[in-house]
Design a protein around this ligand. Structure first.
Ligand code: IMP
Ligand code: MG
Length: 189
């Protein structure tokens, strides 16, 4: 990093997942997802968890040739900090309540304590979805507080706070094209 480096980039201590690696991850995950649903006759609905999963879901869906529908949910657990609060709040929900005969693929940016996706998948299964699977770009298994394993996982990462490619700190850094480790001095004062 030098004087020409934009401040947003300079707040990253180092790059953890490069653009090229993200692209390769999406290729692999799309192939896994394609193979999983290929022979299904049910409706496949991709549920994108806003806001963080937007760039990831966009990369993923253009690699899939299956017929699929797109829905969004907004689920928050973090607020402005870097530690989970435990509870999840649904501020945007699916329009339909009965999910009978639908296969849901929940797309998330990162799994940390596991609380968000564990609660969300339970809730969606209770609405009678035929199946509920989860796909995450990143996973921090060392931070897990509840028993939760994503069905599709892009990369397992160490216990670091990361930003970029959709992931934020205090709503910033989502537009970085790579995933970087945020410098501690940015959030510790
Ligand atoms: P969980 O419920 O603890 O698994 O939290 C998952 C959510 O926390 C993710 O959807 C992110 O919004 C947020 N999160 C967890 N770790 C990070 C991180 O390293 N950077 C940015 N957001 C994170
Ligand atoms: Mg999130």
């Amino acid at each position: 990093m030098n004087n020409q480096t934009p401040a947003l980039y300079a707040d990253c201590a180092y790059t953890l997942v490069t653009q090229e690696e993200i692209s390769a991850i999406c290729d692999r995950l799309a192939a896994e997802i394609q193979a999983t649903y290929e022979n299904s006759t049910r409706r496949l609905v991709m549920v994108v968890i806003l806001k963080g999963s937007m760039p990831f879901a966009a990369e993923l869906m253009k690699r899939l040739t299956l017929p699929l529908e797109l829905e969004f949910m907004k689920v928050s657990s973090y607020g402005a900090g870097t530690k989970t609060s435990g509870e999840i709040k649904i501020s945007l929900d699916l329009k339909r309540d009965d999910l009978q005969d639908i296969d849901l693929l929940v797309v998330e940016d990162i799994v940390d304590s596991g609380r968000t996706l564990s609660r969300l998948t339970t809730l969606l299964k209770n609405r009678n979805a035929n199946s509920v699977r989860t796909c995450t770009l990143l996973d921090k298994p060392s931070r897990r507080e509840v028993d939760f394993v994503p069905d599709f996982c892009g990369a397992t990462i160490p216990d670091e706070f990361v930003v970029g490619f959709g992931l934020d700190y205090d709503e910033k850094y989502r537009n970085l094209p790579f995933v970087g480790v945020l410098r501690r001095e940015v959030y510790e004062n």
